[in-house]
Design a protein around this ligand. Structure first.
Ligand code: NAD
Length: 285
């Protein structure tokens, strides 16, 4: 975090210890990896030793920056342009990944967007766009990953599991969100999709989990943190009294992708500073 951010919003000190190469020899694909949370996750997986495909829909330069950063850790990385809501583009992306890297061990289904509107003004296009990217996009990528995990099975020198899928959900998989009905519906859908896939493919030693972030400082929600007034108002919702940084999610993803979490399957890991703890009840109720 830069000094200026520290001054404005004190209280964030990231651990400085050397990261373990706990994902060495693993191949990861992170969708929407040229911005925000996906970028931090891709870099954290690369730092932990994984080779990474950096998916992006637009913004080749920013995807290339992520690739360059991952290569500095000695891991391989390639950028791949694809819209996760398009079945043919997802199929091509997985084929190319398997050609380049041989297989996939870790999928991080991160790509997502918001198109907000009051409910009675929400267009079908806004509804469909959010569902198509946030939910159907995760289905399409997870299906390709599971096909490869089942084909290859467990390689015990690489991981105890045949594969790991991490779905980027949100606290809005459980917290209703007025004005964002399409987004909350997509994340609620991700929750039961994740759990149902986990139940179905667990016997193949495939682990499927979600990370449910709270308020993380990224371009998706700039208006919620970019002024001191907005930040103070946001903090009413966060018992831990700081905004999350994308790196907070990166570290959670490394753990969920690694054998350190080998018995964790079908769970949503809330990384939210306590946003789901009904903060209004700290003083009310
Ligand atoms: P962001 O806007 O910085 O990143 C979103 C990424 O998804 C971008 O790289 C974008 O290009 C990509 N993307 C969008 N549509 C795509 C498509 N069709 N195909 C491929 N890529 C596509 O936002 P972020 O905050 O980093 O969001 C990442 C994920 O985290 C999303 O799923 C979001 O719902 C979730 N999330 C974010 C927060 C938060 O506070 N920032 C909280 C909870 C959940």
């Amino acid at each position: 975090m830069s000094d200026s951010k520290q001054e404005q919003y004190p209280g964030v000190v990231m651990p400085k210890c050397e990261p373990l190469k706990i994902l060495k020899n693993q191949k990861a694909l992170v969708t929407g990896a040229n911005s925000g949370i996906g970028k931090a996750v891709a870099i954290a997986l690369g730092e932990a030793g994984a080779d990474v495909v950096v998916n992006y829909r637009s913004g080749e330069d920013s995807a290339q920056e992520v690739v360059d950063k991952i290569k500095q850790f000695g891991s391989k990385a390639i950028a791949h342009q694809a819209d996760v809501s398009q079945e043919d583009q997802v199929g091509t992306m997985f084929k190319q990944m398997i050609q380049e890297f041989g297989t996939i061990d870790i999928l991080v289904n991160n790509a997502g967007l918001q198109q907000d509107a009051p409910f009675d003004q929400m267009t079908l296009q806004q509804w469909n766009t959010v569902i198509n990217v946030n939910l159907t996009g995760q289905f399409l990528c997870a299906r390709e990953a599971v096909r490869e995990f089942k084909r290859r099975g467990v390689v015990s020198e690489v991981s105890n599991a045949a594969g790991k899928i991490i779905c980027m959900s949100s606290v809005h998989e459980v917290i209703p969100w007025a004005g964002h009905v399409n987004y909350a519906a997509s994340k609620g859908g991700v929750m039961l999709m994740m759990k149902s896939i986990a139940q179905e493919v667990g016997p193949y030693r495939i682990r499927v989990n979600s990370i449910a972030p709270g308020a993380i400082r990224t371009p998706i929600n700039t208006e919620a943190w970019s002024t001191p007034e907005a930040y103070d108002s946001l903090m009413q919702l966060v018992p831990y009294k700081r905004i999350g940084e994308p790196e907070d999610i990166g570290r959670a993803a490394v753990w969920l992708a690694s054998d350190l979490s080998d018995y964790v399957n079908g769970t949503s890991l809330f990384v939210d500073g306590g946003m789901t703890l009904y903060p209004g009840f700290a003083t009310g109720g």
